[in-house]
Design a protein around this ligand. Structure first.
Ligand code: S3P
Length: 175
């Protein structure tokens, strides 16, 4: 394997599952948001605040091209990464892409528990969050569905389930 890229909505568990998969396989793990923060010495939320979403998407694309060059890695990208520019085609051209799929209800539950500050959903009530997820997931799924593999992670809410998801991923990828 050269590269595995995990895609999917915010809160699907891309980072958690990706990190475990990389550990399990003994390869390097990268998270695109973390990589951006490291390269720019600033938080994603601050990039959104300073440059707007369009500015963030430019940076995200450039950093995707940088990190996607690495070999023998697992990379988890941001929820929006596959939906801008030709990012999805680009990722498919050089990696095994996997869509971690979950229902809006599960995503909302994970996001309410999450501690990471996510600019796109900041300040939303539970009801607003669910509506926002439903609407944006509908727009994003045509991109996510272009992944070479799709795995349902709706049941991922404890460590056993993370392990199960990792096993499922390995099986799906024939590893
Ligand atoms: C975003 C998802 C975030 C981050 C940014 C925008 C999105 O990543 O890139 O806040 O557009 O869905 P996670 O999916 O890792 O939360």
């Amino acid at each position: 394997m050269k590269r595995i890229i995990l895609i999917g909505y915010m809160g699907a568990g891309k980072t958690t599952v990706g990190r475990q998969l990389a550990l399990n396989m003994g390869v390097q793990f990268y998270d695109l948001d973390w990589y951006i923060e490291m390269r720019y010495h600033t938080r994603v939320a601050d990039i959104f605040a300073e440059k707007g979403e369009a500015g963030f998407r430019e940076i995200e694309r450039n950093m995707l091209h940088e990190v996607a060059e690495f070999e023998n890695v697992v990379l988890s990208c941001g929820g929006g990464t596959p939906c801008f520019f030709d990012n999805m085609d680009y990722m498919n051209s050089l990696a095994e892409t996997v869509y971690l799929k979950a229902t809006p209800e599960v995503l909302a539950q994970h996001l309410r528990m999450g501690k990471v500050e996510r600019p796109l959903i900041k300040g939303k009530s539970d009801e607003e969050l669910l509506t926002f997820i439903r609407e944006s997931l509908e727009k994003r799924e045509p991109f996510y569905n272009q992944a070479k593999h799709i795995i349902d992670v709706s049941l991922l809410d404890n460590y056993d389930k993370i392990a199960i998801s990792v096993d499922l991923l390995k099986e799906t990828l024939g590893l």
